[in-house]
Design a protein around this ligand. Structure first.
Ligand code: HEM
Length: 588
């Protein structure tokens, strides 16, 4: 039982250890009952405070001995920095993503230690520190056992959930499958085209963020397995090539699982996210039920027959291994016989791909509506390079779209799908600082939050025009070393995103086809615009944030028109509601 595994050590540490220590001290006090009760109650804060101060003292001493200094410790208004914990919880629903970190950064600098409840918690947006964590001292900064403990029921022993030798094994097993040679725009174009054709064009408002979530799921499943989620028939069935005829085992149960796959992934991600937020005591919140049982049943029911079919066709003659119709799953079964390993890799890859891709596509559309002048330039390039619908979208076409690539880079700079990342030290580490001076001492077994989004919106890294959406900065070798090292939307170092070629191929293909779709609608005098009038209640961006004077640094210096939050990934609160409309007044 998860609960009992956790409960025994936790009970000992929190309920038994402090009073036991204090009982020893009580031997020195009068033996009356009131004293014993007072002693019992006081034992908790006293042991806590002594432990906390001792660890600060030891850490400072260690830092000095190494010629380093402490990472600035935030001094809150309430004991044990409880006010920070409260502000943090409130900011989740009342503020934009990263706001608390922005405020703390103004006072404490690029790296600081919030030390809530006596526990070190480092936060940094200093490019040198992030590079140190993700590259220079890579082996020492791991995801760690704590993350694994929260995520193992979902991610099993997959790449996302492993460190050290196990992670190296996963990475080298999977890396070849992510090579651009295996990723073709022709695979995705028909589904994207179908998606665009299904969007309402008679002025009805729709939440394109939600729709793009489904599209991203479909793209990921299509590339991984060859299954078409939106079709009743799968590519395995229709292709009719050698070995692709094992579809008669499709059951109602499987059809159900297919329908609910997206929701099941979202639920599982939220459960893990909640466990991470609650921290060590998470099993206490799941004593009576396991919220992962249902979603995992759906996910496994979906993948099981797909894996079995892949095993059946394993070894059947293929023309060449370079063929793009051979899916990720076929390469996996060629490389290993482990059914569970394959299932874990599929779940991990789906987790890595679906929401990040959805977030990237959503913000590409958002910026098109927000900055029509940039959108015009993008569409002009697409028109001149990719031509009209008669021209196939190929890798060569995509390669030529330089402004389009810069556009995507700039979207990902300002709206990174993974706005924050987290690592934990195995041993102490000395962090460099961009301000110069001695390094900062970071103890072992301590977490650090890597605030990508703050770094990528920092004028000290990107210059005074940091809040401008300016794709040109990416063109003609426009980026200096500082900017290049200050861009980590794809992560950095050995654990950099493997799905980059996939995500970029889908996003380029999507933008080309969307641009053609918009050109067609333009000939009917229609354009895509925000549908502010249907934005769900309580999710519209506060009006003060949309002015330079009132925003106090939020909303890209007052430029955003939607409220940007971190859900599972970066997202727009309440959805991105748009319509194809020629009625300017309604959408103003
Ligand atoms: C715009 C879209 C994407 C962005 C911004 C993005 C970003 C990232 C980031 C920040 C990480 C590091 C996560 C961590 O350390 O915990 C990561 C890892 C990873 N990504 Fe992506 N990703 C995207 C799309 C994809 C797609 C489409 C796939 C798969 C098809 C994918 C596959 C992976 C894998 C397998 C890893 C794990 C790498 C490792 O731990 O060695 N990503 N990605």
């Amino acid at each position: 039982m998860k609960g009992s595994k956790f409960l025994l050590p936790a009970l000992f540490k929190t309920l038994i250890l402090p009073p036991s220590l204090f009982t020893l001290l009580l031997l020195l006090l009068p033996p009356s009952t009131p004293w014993k009760i007072i002693g019992y109650i006081l034992s908790f804060p006293i042991v806590y405070i002594v432990r906390s101060n001792l660890s600060v003292y030891l850490s400072t001493r260690r830092a000095k001995a190494l010629g380093a200094r402490d990472i600035p410790r935030v001094k809150g208004r309430w004991p044990l920095n409880l006010d920070i914990l409260v502000d943090w919880a409130k900011s989740g629903s009342e503020e934009e993503v990263g706001r608390m970190m922005v405020l703390l950064k103004r006072r404490w600098g690029g790296s600081y230690n919030t030390r809530v409840l006596g526990e070190d918690q480092i936060i940094s947006s200093d490019p040198l520190v992030l590079k140190h964590v993700l590259l220079d001292d890579f082996d020492n900064f791991v995801k760690g056992e704590k993350f694994k403990d929260r995520a193992v029921d979902f991610l099993g022993d997959g790449i996302f959930n492993s460190d050290g030798e196990r992670w190296k094994f996963h990475r080298s097993l999977m890396r070849p499958f992510f090579h651009p040679i295996h990723i073709s725009p022709q695979l995705f174009a028909p589904s994207i085209q179908r998606f665009l054709s299904s969007l309402p064009t008679e002025g009805e408002a729709f939440d394109i963020q939600k729709d793009l979530g489904q599209l991203a799921l479909e793209m990921a499943i299509l590339w991984m397995t060859g299954e078409h989620l939106s079709d009743s028939t799968s590519s395995d069935h229709t292709r009719g090539e050698t070995g692709y005829t094992f579809k008669d085992d499709v059951s109602i149960e499987w059809e159900e699982a297919k329908r609910h796959l997206g929701d099941a992934m979202t639920t599982a991600q939220r459960v893990v996210g909640k466990r991470v937020k609650i921290g060590t005591v998470w099993p206490l919140f799941e004593l009576t039920h396991d919220p992962l049982i249902e979603p995992m049943k759906t996910i496994r029911t979906f993948f099981k027959p797909i894996i079995e079919r892949a095993f059946k066709r394993k070894g059947l003659t293929r023309e060449t291994d370079e063929r793009e119709e051979i899916h990720f799953i076929d390469r996996l079964v060629d490389a290993t016989d482990g059914m569970k390993l394959i299932e874990d890799q599929l779940i991990n890859t789906l987790l890595a791909s679906r929401d990040t891709l959805a977030s990237c596509l959503t913000f590409c559309v958002y910026v098109l509506c927000l900055h029509p002048e940039v959108g015009s330039k993008l569409r002009e390039e697409i028109r001149s390079v990719a031509g009209d619908e008669n021209r196939e979208v190929t890798k060569d076409v995509i390669r030529e779209l330089r402004y389009c690539r810069a556009y995507i880079n700039e979207v990902l700079r300002l709206y990174p799908p993974v706005p924050l990342n987290i690592r934990r030290t195995v041993r102490p580490s000395l962090l460099p600082t961009s301000q110069g001076g001695p390094p900062m001492y970071m103890p072992g077994n301590t977490s650090i939050i890597l605030a990508f989004i703050l770094m990528q919106r920092d004028p000290a890294v990107w210059g005074e025009d940091v809040d401008e959406f300016n794709p040109e900065r990416w063109m003609n070798d426009g980026l200096g070393k500082r900017e290049r090292e200050g861009y980590m939307s794809w992560n950095y170092g050995p654990r950099m995103c493997m799905g980059q070629p996939f995500a970029l191929t889908v996003t380029h293909t999507f933008l080309i086809l969307l641009s053609r779709h918009l050109d067609k609608l333009q000939s009917e005098h229609k354009d895509m615009r925000f549908a502010f009038d249907v934005q769900p209640q309580g999710t519209a961006i506060p009006s003060a944030w949309t002015t330079k004077e009132g925003c106090d640094g939020r909303a890209r210096g007052g430029k955003d028109r939607m409220w940007v939050v971190a859900d599972v990934v970066l997202a727009i609160k309440g959805g991105l509601w748009v319509r194809f409309d020629h009625d300017h007044e309604r959408t103003k």
